[in-house]
Structure formats: C-alpha cells, structure tokens
Ligand binder design. Structure first.
Ligand code: G
Ligand code: G
Ligand code: MN
Length: 456
C-alpha cells in the first residue's frame, strides 16, 4: 500500500479517493472525515540526514496503518503533511476518537539508530458534509483547522466555520457558564525570570478553555464574553481558587513560588473581591503575599475612586499589584503614583521587536527608568530572543517573561522545571543553554526533554 501510494502523486490519488468517498456518503447518513497531520520536526532531528528521515517517515506510516482501518486512506500530501481519509463515520465524535487514537500512537517516542526522538503531531479535522459540501473545500477546511492547532499549540482542532472569519461570534454565555462548572477551563503557568540571577521569580496564571467541539479557545476570545455577561466574577474566583490550590501543592513539595493572576476591570468593581480573596487565601492556607494580581491600566482608569478602594483593601491583605500591558493604555502618570502597585509589566508589543526597532528599544528603556523612579519592579513580557534578553539586562530591567524562557505550560511541567538540578529554584538560563546545544544538530550529550519542552 505504501509503495503504491508513494509511486503516485499523493494529492491526485487523494483527490480521487476523496471524491469517491463523498459520492458514496451522499447516498448515506454517514459522513466523511478528514485528518490532516503535521509532524513537528523534533528539536534534535537531523533533517539533513535523508536516510534517517526516510526511516522516520516509514515508521510513522507503519504506526498510522496500525491504528487505522484498511478502508481508510493515508496519503502524504505534496507539502509533507499526512492526510487520512475516513470514508464512513457517524459524526464528529467518531473522527475525534480516531484522531486521539492516532495521536497517542504517533506520540510514542521513536527509536532510530539507537537515538530516541520525540514525535509531536498536530491534527486538523474537517467533515463532509458538516464543514464543506465539496472535496476541495474540505481539504482547505482541514488545513485551517491544522493551522489553528499549530497556532494554539493544541494537539488537534476540529474545523469550526467561525475560524474562517477571525473573531468567533458563537461563544455563548450558557456554554461558558457550563464550562466553568464542567471543568472545561484549565490553567497554564508561565515563568517570570529574575534577570539578576536567572531564577524563576514567579508564575503568571493563564486560563484556557477546552471546548468540546470548538477545541482550545484562547482567553482573548472568551474573556470578553465573560466580561459582557458578568461571568468574569465566577470565572476569576475559579482561577484564583485553582491556582492558589496549585501554589499550595507546590509549596508542600518544597517549591517556594508565588503566582500572578490576571484581573479584569469588572473584578475591581465588585465590592466583595477583598473578602473573597481573604477567604480563599485563608481556607487554602496560602500567605497572601504569594499572590500577585495583574491589572491593566484601563481597568484602573474605569472608576478610579472605586477601584482605589478595592485595591487598597486587597493590598492591606498582603497581596501585590502589578500594572499589566503597560504602555498600551492611557494612564495618568500622576494617578499611577498614588496607586498601591509594586510592579509594572511592559507590554509585549514594545519588547518583541526591540532588537531591530530602535524606537521600541528607547520606549522599553524609558519605561524601565520610569518604573524604577516610581519605585516599581519592572517586568518585560514577550521576551523571545537572547538579544532582547541581553538588552533588558543592559537596561537593568528586573524580570523577563516570554517564549525565550518558556511558553505557558501545565502545572506538572512547572514542577519538573524545579526538580532539575541544581536542587532548589531552577536556573532557567541553564535550561536555555542546554536547549541550544540540542538545536545545533544531533545532540551527542544527554538530552534533556524538559529543557527542550519549554522552547519553540
Ligand atoms: O495566554 P494568552 O496570551 O492567550 O492571554 C491573552 C490575554 O488574556 C492576556 O492579556 C491575559 O492577561 C488574558 N488572560 C488570560 N487568562 C486570564 C484570566 O484568567 N483572567 C483575565 N481577566 N484575563 C486573562
Ligand atoms: O496581557 P498579558 O500580559 O496577560 O498576556 C500574557 C500573554 O502573552 C500570555 O498568555 C502568553 O500567551 C503571551 N506571551 C507570553 N510570552 C510571549 C512571547 O514571548 N511572545 C508572544 N507573542 N506572546 C507571549
Ligand atoms: Mn498578564
């Protein structure tokens, strides 16, 4: 089968099979499922080694065959992606089931010539006729879903019509309410690094929504819904509760670290928030100084007097405040001085391209000086490169956060970061150094999967 297919042009044969399947399904209540699979080149995979690459793709093929039915077609598309055609499925649940099966099979580490490689597949899913009424469009739809999977770093994404036109209009309040109750929300943590010693200084808590049909939804999409509908209040309490519990668990493991939770403007307008935070920290048994709250400039400017009262009450509990996305809002600097905040985070739009954009570098440097003159700790977010990091060190910035150090990652990976030698707080720049040796071709020394995990 492999031979027969690779001898033909993949895309042509696939088109034929797809049309056949669609014709058949038109006379049936069944649907046609399409999986587009992309296998991430793993960090240490020597792509130049064509013999090894060939063996790699053959092994992947064998794995796919092992979990699929004989009636399913696999094709390597011209752009290197693998397409799997499921000619007769009952609906989305069937296809997702197959996608999961494929993922868990493909994800087993692969041994080639005595070397172990991680396999990181991502799948885009589309169905006929649910997502498209013709073959061409179906492939395109699966491709859009695959792009979404890569973008959101989700293992699989089912095509949703809304992905075609950027903002998703269909997130409903009732669904979000259910999501909070039904544990569809989960938290990721992104380290903030102390630039003086390279150690993890704190963790920002970032919320994600795993929607049963739409896949992973980023906060940019559901937080506005939550704010419009008032659900931001229970959502934030859920986030605070879960992350404080997690923080407690880490502390019990000997990991001494604090968390930073994002708040919305609406949170600061709720009179109950100080009492709720006091209640949570007390019942969970976490000192309030392990909690930091990130608030945007616009949140504070909404109703300065009222928010000032709330901020002060919460600050008096021992909780710290940081101004988030600094530089994007319209804060009055005079007002800023009076706020009970201890830190500011420079918005990532200034930091991301500061190596090449002189204006941004000047802005970043000025914000750092401004922050220091106000007695604030300054954190740069969106640090993606070593050059940016080096510039920030030169500017005497206090902390850095960004993909250069780590993506937002699940709690268990945070614990592993801390478990790496030397014991105690993890040296993140050390993790970065061992990663770069991995990317320079085949790694002869010990490979550290945890170090590699944190970086693109
Ligand atoms: O993690 P990501 O880059 O997708 O976050 C996008 C935005 O969503 C950020 O501005 C972040 O502050 C915000 N965000 C993430 N989680 C939460 C949360 O739990 N509450 C609030 N209010 N905002 C959040
Ligand atoms: O607005 P706020 O600062 O809360 O946004 C934080 C979000 O920024 C995180 O959720 C994370 O997904 C995103 N982020 C963190 N580091 C980087 C980075 O280095 N580059 C980019 N593009 N986004 C980042
Ligand atoms: Mn933030």
């Amino acid at each position: 089968m492999h031979q027969a297919i690779t001898d033909l042009s993949g895309n042509t044969l696939f088109e034929l099979r797809l049309r056949q399947a669609i014709l058949a399904a038109q006379h049936d209540v069944k649907q046609v499922g399409l999986l587009l699979i992309d296998i991430d080149a793993t960090d240490n995979f020597p792509i130049q080694d064509s013999a090894l690459a060939k063996e790699f793709s053959e092994k992947i093929w064998i794995r796919l065959r092992a979990v699929l039915r004989d009636s399913d077609t696999i094709v390597r598309m011209d752009d290197g992606e693998l397409a799997v055609l499921l000619p007769s499925v009952a609906g989305t649940e069937d296809v997702i089931f197959v996608a999961r099966k494929v993922l868990s099979k493909l994800e087993e580490p692969l041994l080639l010539e005595g070397l172990k490689f991680d396999v990181r597949p991502r799948i885009g899913i589309a169905l006929f006729p649910e997502h498209s009424s013709n073959a061409d469009n179906l492939v395109h739809r699966a491709d859009i879903a695959l792009a979404a999977a890569k973008r959101t770093r989700n293992k699989y994404v089912l095509y949703a019509h809304e992905q075609n036109n950027a903002p998703r209009a269909v997130l409903h309040m009732s669904e979000l309410r259910r999501a909070i109750v039904a544990d569809q929300l989960f938290l990721l943590y992104q380290p903030k690094i102390d630039l003086k010693n390279g150690l993890i200084a704190g963790l920002e808590v970032l919320t994600r929504w795993q929607h049963p049909e739409l896949g992973l939804i980023p906060p940019d999409e559901f937080i506005p819904v939550a704010e419009r509908t008032g659900l931001i209040i229970p959502l934030t309490l859920w986030v605070l509760h879960q992350s404080l519990l997690q923080c407690r668990a880490w502390n019990d493991m000997g990991i001494d670290i604090g968390i930073a939770v994002n708040l919305s403007m609406w949170n600061l307008e709720a009179q109950e928030l100080p009492d709720q935070i006091a209640g949570l920290t007390k019942s969970i048994g976490m000192p309030a100084d392990k909690l930091e709250l990130e608030i945007t400039e616009s949140a504070i400017m909404g109703d300065p007097q009222r928010t000032m009262r709330t901020l002060t009450l919460i600050r008096d509990l021992g909780v710290r405040f940081t101004i988030d996305d600094f530089g994007t809002g319209y804060s009055s600097l005079a007002h800023l001085r009076k706020l009970p905040v201890t830190g500011m985070k420079i918005d990532k739009s200034f930091v991301q391209n500061m190596e090449s954009d002189r204006d941004n570098a000047v802005i970043v440097r000025s914000i750092i000086d401004l922050g220091h003159n106000l007695g604030l700790k300054v954190t740069a977010e969106g640090v993606e490169t070593q050059e940016a990091k080096d510039m920030l060190v030169g500017f005497e910035c206090d902390e850095a956060q960004g993909y250069y150090y780590s993506y937002p990652i699940p709690a268990h990976e945070i614990a592993q970061l801390f478990r790496k030698p030397p014991l105690g707080p993890t040296d993140c720049s050390l993790a970065a150094a061992s990663f770069s040796t991995i990317t320079n071709g085949r790694n002869e020394t010990t490979r550290d999967p945890q170090a590699a995990l944190q970086r693109p």
